[in-house]
Write a protein that binds this ligand. Structure first.
Ligand code: PGA
Length: 255
């Protein structure tokens, strides 16, 4: 079966790199390593201070790593949906586990999702369990995260949001491994089932699901072919222009 969507590959730079020069360097090299891609939608979510570099150096789509839920006003240090929209941001990561670990609540995440949708910025909503205990409790945990994230979000827009399954145990430098494609596939189906339950629809929602956690140029092919996902959210590997460029090229070849 031919895929309806392009692969969605999202680079999450987190709080890296440490200078504009390095940011430009990554972007220029990835661009040089990859020609125009027709089957891949590449989104780069840099720190706010490098957004202009992404816009001017590449043809990649601009994303943000967060957004505040108020459109403007006395909120020192925050960046709003209107400001991001004006900057040309098309996607926004919301509810990343690293933000949740620093205290971001389900209620805040829900508000951010709503404000993102209201300004036509596609939210990439992150969900993921901290650990697996062997009893399958992580399914109930993910269900709760999705239910609270989408509380009050209307059925008509649910096809337009993106959910990223990012098990915390598979993320970052301390991760022992990426999730297996079996685990990813099972969770992708489960996430769609939860959405069908919430919105009481029998048809499988066309909401895109991504996987994130230790993805790289060695495992992306297997994940895209066998994980049932629409793409990947890439952390560490997105800062290495060679590896990230390879990931884009590998995805481009998968029909
Ligand atoms: P990682 O991070 O690819 O470095 O594991 C993924 C993420 O946190 O989005």
């Amino acid at each position: 079966m031919k895929r309806k969507n392009k692969w969605l590959i999202v680079a999450n730079w987190k709080m890296n790199p440490s200078s504009k020069k390095l940011a430009k360097n990554i972007l220029t090299k990835v661009k040089k390593n990859t020609s125009r891609l027709s089957r891949v939608e590449t989104v780069v979510c840099p720190p706010f201070v490098y957004m202009l570099e992404v816009k001017t150096t590449t043809r990649f789509i601009l994303g943000s790593q967060d957004m505040f839920w108020e459109p403007e006003g006395s909120f020192t240090g925050y960046v709003s949906n209107l400001q991001l929209k004006d900057m040309g941001v098309k996607y926004s990561i919301i509810g990343h586990s690293e933000r949740r670990a620093l205290g971001e609540s389900d209620i805040e995440i829900n508000k951010k999702i709503k404000v993102s949708i209201s300004s036509n910025i596609t939210p990439i909503v992150c969900v993921g369990e901290k650990e697996r205990n062997g009893n399958g409790d992580h399914f109930a945990f993910i269900r709760e995260q999705i239910e609270s994230a989408f509380a009050g979000v209307s059925k008509s827009v649910i096809k337009d949001v993106v959910i990223a399954y990012e098990p915390v145990w598979a993320i970052g430098k301390n991760a022992k491994r990426s999730a297996s494609t079996g685990e990813i596939f099972e969770m992708t189906i489960f996430i769609k089932k939860v959405l069908s339950d919430i919105y009481q629809t029998k048809s499988v929602p066309s909401t895109r699901v991504l996987y994130g956690g230790s993805t790289n140029d060695k495992n992306i092919e297997d994940i895209l072919k066998n994980g049932g996902v629409d793409g990947v959210l890439v952390g560490g590997a997105s800062l290495d222009p060679l590896i990230f460029g390879n990931m884009l090229k590998i995805a481009e070849k998968i029909k």
